[in-house]
Design a protein around this ligand. Structure first.
Ligand code: ATR
Length: 285
């Protein structure tokens, strides 16, 4: 594997903490970003078990790693080991990016803002004044929902199988936007009255690619359909919605932009987004 630059005694080290982590595409994507910008840096995957997380974070300080991405299952637990948590990450309750500022570790969450930037840039739609339906009320929905709420949508409706979790998330986001939580069966009544539908559930994810969270035939024309899943790159929901003439948006952009924000926080340089996307796409070939 090439990082594009030789490693020497000045090489800045970055990485991702996860368990499991060998499936991660972040080293390929961030490695390309460093190579593309001529940054003397390397990015590697660290398999960190839950019981070793505290030691691993102390290692970031002692070894002087410049930054770390944090993935499943550490995004919540890692917060207790950091020196400072950015406000967005604190509200979401999860950290996916750590910045080492001269030994002081600061936690950020770039998932939600990464998703919103990708949705806006890839569909060209404004979220201001839009009626948005979020399917699911788990961790991913929370991060994305908070970033969406800040875009001043007309209404943000959270639908979830467990209705209590939808109401709870809607109540929390209600501080920022006009929100509503509903149960799964309520979707039929509102699906014709929304502008953007976003799937945050794992329904349709590899290997269960034949499933869809909702019936694509029930979506009205003009609706943007988005899925956080990026394996497959287009879920059945998106394939069918696109065949029906709807604008669709897959989850790859969220992955690329959450990494782009991390790169920008670490280096202060504009992320080479197109090259990063290309590097990830090559891993699907
Ligand atoms: P993540 O962190 O990826 O969001 P999560 O916190 O486990 O994962 O949340 C998964 C979400 O998908 C939840 O909203 C879950 O609904 P419940 O809260 O009722 O469990 C939803 N989900 C998962 N499988 C589902 C299914 N088969 N049908 C409907 N919703 C499903």
């Amino acid at each position: 594997m090439t990082q594009g630059l030789r490693v020497d005694s000045y090489t800045a080290l970055y990485g991702v903490f996860g368990d499991p982590v060998r499936h991660s595409r972040s080293p390929i994507m961030l490695g390309r970003a460093f190579a593309e910008t001529g940054t003397n840096a390397a990015y590697v995957a660290f398999h960190v078990k839950p019981e070793a997380l505290g030691d691993a974070v102390r290692g970031v300080r002692s070894l002087g790693l410049r930054g770390v991405n944090v993935t499943v299952p550490h995004k919540v637990e890692v917060m207790q080991y950091l020196d400072e948590i950015d406000e967005t990450a604190r509200v979401i309750g999860a950290v996916n990016t750590i910045v080492n500022r001269d030994g002081r570790l600061v936690g950020y969450n770039t998932d939600g803002i990464g998703y919103v930037r990708s949705l806006k840039e890839e569909t060209g739609r404004s979220l201001r004044g839009a009626r948005i339906l979020l399917l699911g009320a788990g961790g991913a929905s929370r991060g994305v929902g908070y970033a969406l709420a800040k875009e001043e949508p007309a209404r943000l409706i959270v639908a979830n199988r467990t209705e209590g979790k939808a109401s709870e998330l809607a109540r929390e986001l209600g501080a920022v936007a006009d929100t509503q939580g509903i149960g799964w069966e309520g979707i039929d009544h509102i699906i014709g009255n929304v502008d953007i539908i976003i799937n945050t559930t794992p329904i349709g994810m590899h290997p269960n690619t034949d499933a869809t969270p909702i019936d694509p035939a029930s979506i009205r024309s003009g609706t943007v359909v988005s899925d956080l899943i990026y394996n497959p790159l287009k879920t059945k929901l998106l394939v069918e919605a696109e065949a029906a003439g709807l604008v669709v948006h897959g989850g790859l952009g969220m992955f690329v932009y959450q990494g782009a924000y991390a790169f920008e926080y670490w280096t202060g340089l504009p992320a080479p987004v197109a090259a990063m996307r290309e590097a990830v796409l090559e891993t699907f070939e």
